[in-house]
Design a binder for this molecule. Structure first.
Ligand code: SAH
Length: 452
């Protein structure tokens, strides 16, 4: 039994899947942020959850050769990145190992090669979407930034090292304008005030940039003057959207939207196709790595222009549209209405006709579908897929399944379900989220190769 607030001296033995240093004190396990394998430190016990203690570093005695001076000044207090202090090579090794552990531990698959995680040449300033809460600090000053880990206290962030560089000066100037024009900041405790979040989406391949103002009410006072001033300071902004979220919730975006300037979307491209992206639609956040991710996934298919492909959990249709160039026909299914609408426009704009889009639950759709299907590409959200979807893959004896996942643990859980009928033939982690513990994985499953 460890007392809260006590100081423990120990050595970091491993990293947890969330990138926290793991220490052992007798039978007890302690997770500590910003502590890396082999490091020796005094750590302060902060709290206990589900039988594990959580701690922060008080004093470092032995330092890992992989520790680096962080580029970010607030990385030890901001909850966004876990690995600003770890060199990039070690980050990639951690990610490969995290996938390997998940397959061993959860899927009970040990004899399959996990390819080394594919990294970035420059692992900073990659994010094309940044969303920051606005609030007031204790002195009443307007601030924006990230929530401190496990809290709703905003850590002011002037320059985030993983976001697109174009976003930081816009955020700063929005804050200055908000102060100058006395636009009331939303108070999440009493529900008063107007401005809640600012979201910025940048296009990598085009000079297009979207600002989304998330507010508690439509047409806030002074809106036109605010807009004029913002656009004159930042002519690079091509569209401004107001998203209205009056609800008392942690969900950032509300249902209603109003275009204040421009078209209400930006376009970007992946592997030669262009995509419209609106304020609320899902779009991969790393425009450099997404090309490697999709290319590696699609290379697993030996296309002969006669394949019927299902792109499940399809977002704005990106993977399916790219696959359609080489397939006979693609069927896409996605639950989010706005994303399906974007996907239909994306097909038209790219002049692609051998694709159809369906809105609904992927499991529901595939179990009711009675046409031919040769290959399924699935890219579910972090919580993974469900039994309805997975059991239908087995029942329909789909020959090849390419599973793209942003969570190795739920991926491994789903693979364990499929592994009685499928053989895993390829596992490739791709680093879509440098500086964080998150990792994307491509996994290929083959029915034909399953040894009986
Ligand atoms: N393949 C896309 C999107 C992946 S993100 C891309 O690479 O950009 C996962 C997507 O699954 C999201 O767009 C989300 O809206 C969708 N989704 C979540 N639950 C779903 C369900 N039950 N059925 C279908 N789609 C779902």
């Amino acid at each position: 039994m460890i007392r809260l607030k006590s100081i423990i001296h120990g050595t970091c033995l491993d990293l947890s899947s969330e990138g926290k240093g793991v220490l052992k004190v007798g039978q007890d396990v302690v997770f500590c942020d910003g502590l890396f394998i082999g490091e020796e430190a005094d750590v302060e016990i902060l709290y206990q959850r589900a039988g594990v203690y959580f701690a922060k570093v008080r004093k470092l005695y032995k330092i890992s050769k992989d520790r680096i001076q962080p580029e970010c000044k607030v990385c030890t207090i901001c909850g966004g990145c876990q690995f600003q202090q770890l060199n990039y090579r070690a980050q990639l090794d951690f990610k490969t190992k995290r996938v390997k552990n998940a397959f061993n531990r959860i899927a009970h698959i040990k004899d399959v090669e996990i390819k080394p995680c594919i990294g970035m040449l420059d692992p900073y300033n990659y994010r094309n979407k940044i969303q920051m809460p606005f609030g007031k600090d204790k002195k009443g000053n307007v601030v924006y930034g990230f929530y401190k880990q496990n809290s709703h206290e905003i850590i002011p962030v002037k320059e985030c090292m993983i976001e697109d560089k174009r976003a930081s000066s816009i955020l700063w100037d929005i804050k200055e304008l908000v102060k100058e024009m006395k636009i009331p900041i939303y108070n999440e405790y009493n529900g008063k005030g107007i401005l809640r979040y600012v979201l910025i989406r940048t296009s990598y391949h085009y000079d297009e940039l979207m600002v989304v103002l998330v507010t508690s009410m439509m047409n806030f006072p002074g809106q036109n003057n605010f807009l004029k001033a913002l656009l004159s300071k930042h002519p690079e902004i091509t569209t401004v959207v107001e998203n209205i979220n009056p609800r008392h919730t942690n969900v950032i975006l509300g249902e209603k939207e109003k275009i204040l300037y421009g078209s209400g979307y930006i376009k970007d491209s992946i592997l030669g196709l262009t995509f419209d992206i609106s304020a609320s639609s899902f779009y991969q956040v790393n425009p450099v790595q997404v090309e490697k991710l999709y290319q590696n996934a699609l290379n697993l298919i030996d296309f002969h222009k006669n394949e019927i492909v299902l792109d499940a959990y399809s977002g704005v249709g990106t993977i399916g549209l790219i696959a359609s160039k080489n397939a006979k026909h693609v069927i896409s299914v996605e639950i989010n209405k706005a994303a399906v609408k974007n996907a239909i426009t994306n097909a038209k704009k790219n002049n692609i006709k051998n694709i159809e889009f369906h809105q609904g639950d992927a499991g529901e759709f595939i179990s009711n579908y009675d046409g031919d299907l040769d290959i399924v590409i699935m890219d579910p959200p972090r919580k993974g897929s469900d039994n309805k979807f997975l059991s239908t893959l087995i029942n329909k004896k789909i020959k090849k399944v390419i599973y793209i996942s942003c969570d190795p643990e739920t991926l491994a859980r789903d693979i364990e379900y499929l592994s009685k009928d499928y053989e895993v033939t390829y596992i490739q982690p791709v680093d879509m989220f440098p500086m964080t513990c998150h990792i994307e994985t491509i996994c290929c499953l083959s029915l034909a190769n399953k040894k009986i």
